[in-house]
Design a protein around this ligand. Sequence first.
Ligand code: NAD
Ligand code: GLY
Length: 359
Amino acid sequence: MKTVNVDLGDRSYPIYIGDVLLSDAELIRKHITSSQVLVVTNETIAPLYLDKFTAHLKELNFDTVILPDGEYTKSLESLNLVITHLMEKKYNRTCVLIALGGGVIGDLTGFAAACYQRGVKFIQIPTTLLAQVDSSVGGKTAVNHPLGKNMIGAFHQPTVVFADTSILSSLPDRELSAGLAEVIKYGLIRDKEFFDWLEENINNLKNRDNEALSYAIERSCINKAEVVAEDERESGLRAILNLGHTFGHAIETALSYKEWLHGEAIACGMLMAADLSVRLGMLESINVERIRTLLKQINLPVQVHPDVKLDEMLKNMKVDKKSREGVLYLILLDEIGKAVITSDYTEEALTETINHYLS
Ligand code: NAD
Ligand code: GLY
């Protein structure tokens, strides 16, 4: 088992990474500090892992809420359902919420924990690769509003994260690749040595080699933990974790969040950010080819979806959360392993990049 610490003073917490964590009753019980425990999961994950996990909770007063699968579960309605459950069962302020699921369940449960009685403890048991390397770490919690994704939320850190790699065995290939897009992101933004390692090991990751996966998760979590420790509330540095996200969100919005997974849109967005960096004379062009090759090896898209048009992309990018006072800041690359946050680019270069990637 590997441990990565997220260093946030009295809100610090460990991320455990291993392949038998869900069977480790002692470790799990050590971190459950209350006898009132609510496990939140969904209809896909419950039949696979819920009994295995709750076997460790037998002598506690635990309940479960099983929600429908899908992004639409990250809603105020689901939040209300979880809060109502807590109130009906008279959960007090010392209770613990446990998120057993991907980013959807993690974000929703974390936000419920942030809201209930002004904040209770919660534990993340991420079951997708994306959640293990990104969404379960760092305390961003949220639900969606019909007018915008993640628009209602809070920063609320978990007390522990259990990233069990054996859980990934049931994850569909497409979801695995979407998670790998976020893994590649860490190499691109601040860890060149890791990017080189990814180029060497991409087939092992694709084939779910446990050693390769656990190394990639550990290295990703180390990178994320360092960034979060320095800038928990995204007043500056943390924005680099959004490499490719302004392009990616514009694609997702144009596709009404259908067709592509989040990680797929981010993959294409990272390639576009690299392309723009080359057009601006920041990055050497050979690096765009390196990124494209890596993404293609795991079947991630390297062209924008054919239904997306230039004017839609530009319009959607301008309303991005990183747009401040009418100025759109982008995360670009000076080199592999070095991201910069900048508004120093031309509309012309941006349009050229988008046109180049439109199918
Ligand atoms: P998800 O939670 O929808 O999970 C993807 C799919 O995989 C779902 O159908 C789920 O039921 C299924 N699944 C999960 N674990 C499984 C397993 N072990 N075996 C088989 N199937 C499994 O999606 P996601 O990609 O994990 O997360 C996406 C969400 O995360 C989005 O809402 C996004 O906004 C959010 N997010 C949050 C942060 C953050 O910092 N909080 C960061 C990135 C993304
Ligand atoms: N996923 C981006 C962040 O956690 O800041």
